[in-house]
Design a protein around this ligand. Structure first.
Ligand code: NAD
Length: 500
């Protein structure tokens, strides 16, 4: 196995920027236009990826179709599951390669990638190898007009070729969350990772070859969205489904591109999530929990609360507590001691976040803390850092309170009644997640259920059981993934009706 990886290993750091080629039909292929990948903690180019043209995407689709019709599609379930578990093992064996690649692409603190991104990348393969083994299919016996009976039962079949389009904020975690169930169901996949963070997806190509995955079952095409690899995939007639995580407006563009070929779509999109803190909450837990929620991964988590509604009697205490937590965060290079705040993903994204920091002030915010760029020395001085920022005094209708910013910032707003808090929280076009803090059990159930979201946390945030339904309401998504919900999306049930 190791011998096979050697000629593929140009995604592993050597001298100069790493070369990240497209992975098609079980091997890395030449071709495509080079583009730079920057380390956002320093602004330095650390890798070069090759944008797939139409010919490379076509070759990936051809290879994937061949895999579904051939070795991969015919593989017995037990062998398919064993291979997926072997992928998980191999990610763990090459943990440090994945860790360094993820850190180089995102600039995120070493501890965060170490305990979240890479372990979850491996876990996704095991979870869905198990999920596919433990599913039953439905059976119905029916009466027939001639007085006899018929038996109906469903069998699950793969969809065929699935296009996976993933974002940059949790690159390995979110990509494998879709690749693992799609492959567990017997589909071949073509992944287009974010143009900002292509390294760990490329490494996964190496791992697939190392574990002996049949050629064409897993492919990677690099590039951008419109008029590039993303659009070539979403409009390709040889692809049956697109599973996408990213911005809502990108989801809308993908829907249009996929419409003429009527592809199945699963969308995990943007959010403007609310948290609600009631006066009876355990205040230390609420402050610590929501500081983590607002600032983890520099606020670049789709589930992060950018609006925090706090019952008026505890408003001042909560704001003071959150301010202390924000000011204790240490920005810097991923490997430096004590660093727990990384950069934003790019200079462009930093400009967007800083524009919102200015807009908040124009809209009447009091800046409790932050609002600008931290002073850093050495290499980090060129990184895309911003200060964690808390606002009060914003009117509920302010753009800062309605539009997804995707940075380490939140507006804290007082409320007086439970009804008012629910109305504030739901007054948004998005519906991804909420986080409610209270010690009143009845209220926890009532308010949790009243949230117009896909996931409602109580006294916690980002606690994920991978068997549960995950997705967004309203403009935050279409469909649910997780456990058997993923299997439902990535497979086609066929009903067999037998006259007995
Ligand atoms: P994005 O929409 O800009 O890009 C996501 C992916 O789509 C990238 O690979 C990009 O190249 C590709 N793409 C862009 N335009 C395309 C097009 N026209 N056709 C095909 N592909 C196209 O998102 P991003 O900036 O990478 O990620 C941040 C966004 O993702 C935020 O809105 C965040 O809330 C959302 N997100 C949602 C979830 C969730 O589970 N709901 C999870 C993480 C991130």
């Amino acid at each position: 196995m190791a011998t096979r990886s050697m000629h593929l290993a140009d995604a592993v750091p050597s001298e100069g920027p790493r070369r990240l080629r497209n992975f098609v039909d079980g091997r890395f292929v030449d071709g495509g236009s080079p583009f730079d990948i920057r380390d956002p903690a320093t602004g330095r180019v650390h890798a070069v990826a090759y944008e797939a043209d139409r010919a490379i995407v076509d070759a990936a689709v051809t290879a994937a179709r061949k895999a579904v019709a051939g070795d991969w599609g015919r593989m017995p379930l037990a062998r398919r599951r064993a291979l997926l578990c072997r992928v998980a093992d191999r990610i763990e064996e090459r943990f440090d390669d994945f860790l360094e690649a993820e850190i180089a692409d995102t600039g995120k603190p070493h501890a965060l990638a170490h305990h979240l991104d890479i372990p979850r990348g491996a876990a996704n393969f095991r979870v869905f190898a198990d999920a596919i083994a433990n599913l039953s299919t439905e059976t119905f016996e029916m009466d027939t007009p001639d007085g006899g009976t018929a038996l109906n039962y469903a069998v699950r079949k793969p969809l065929g070729v699935v296009g996976v389009i993933s974002p940059w904020n949790l690159p390995l975690l979110l990509m494998t969350w879709k690749v693992a169930p799609a492959m567990a169901c017997g589909n071949a996949v073509i992944v287009k990772p974010s143009e900002e963070t292509p390294s760990t997806t490329t490494l996964l190509g190496e791992v697939m070859a190392e574990v002996g995955m049949p050629d064409g079952a897993f492919n990677v095409v690099h590039g951008f969205g419109p008029d590039s690899a993303g659009e070539f995939l979403t409009s390709h007639p040889g692809i049956r489904a697109i599973t996408f995580t990213g911005e809502t407006r990108t989801g809308s563009a993908i829907m249009k591109a996929a419409a003429p070929t009527v592809k199945a779509l699963s969308f995990e999109l943007g959010g403007k999530n609310a948290a609600i803190v009631f006066a009876d909450a355990d205040m230390d837990a609420a402050v610590a929990g929501l500081a983590r929620a607002a600032f983890l991964n520099t606020g670049q988590v789709c589930l992060a609360p950018e609006r925090i509604y706090v019952e008026r009697p505890v408003f001042a205490a909560f704001v003071a507590g959150l301010k202390a937590k924000a000011e204790a965060l240490k920005p810097g290079l991923p490997h430096d001691d004590g660093v727990d705040l990384g950069p934003l993903i790019s200079d462009e994204h930093r400009r967007k976040v800083l524009d919102y920091y200015s807009l908040a002030v124009e809209e009447g915010a009091t800046v409790v803390t932050g609002g600008g760029v931290p002073r850093l020395s050495g290499e980090a001085a060129n990184g895309y850092f911003v200060q964690p920022t808390i606002w009060t005094g914003l009117p509920h209708g302010a753009r800062t309170c309605r539009e997804e910013i995707f940075g380490p910032c939140c507006a804290v707003i007082p409320f007086d009644t439970e009804e008012e808090a629910i109305a504030f929280a739901n007054d948004t076009e998005y519906g991804l997640a909420s986080s409610i803090w209270t010690q009143n059990l009845s209220r926890a159930h009532r308010v949790g259920k009243a949230m117009e979201v896909g996931i409602s946390w109580v006294n916690c945030w980002f606690l994920r059981d991978l068997r549960t339904p995950f997705g967004g309401a309203k403009m935050s998504g279409i469909g649910r993934e997780g456990g058997e919900h993923s299997i439902d999306f990535y497979s086609e049930p066929t009903n067999i009706c037998i006259k007995l």
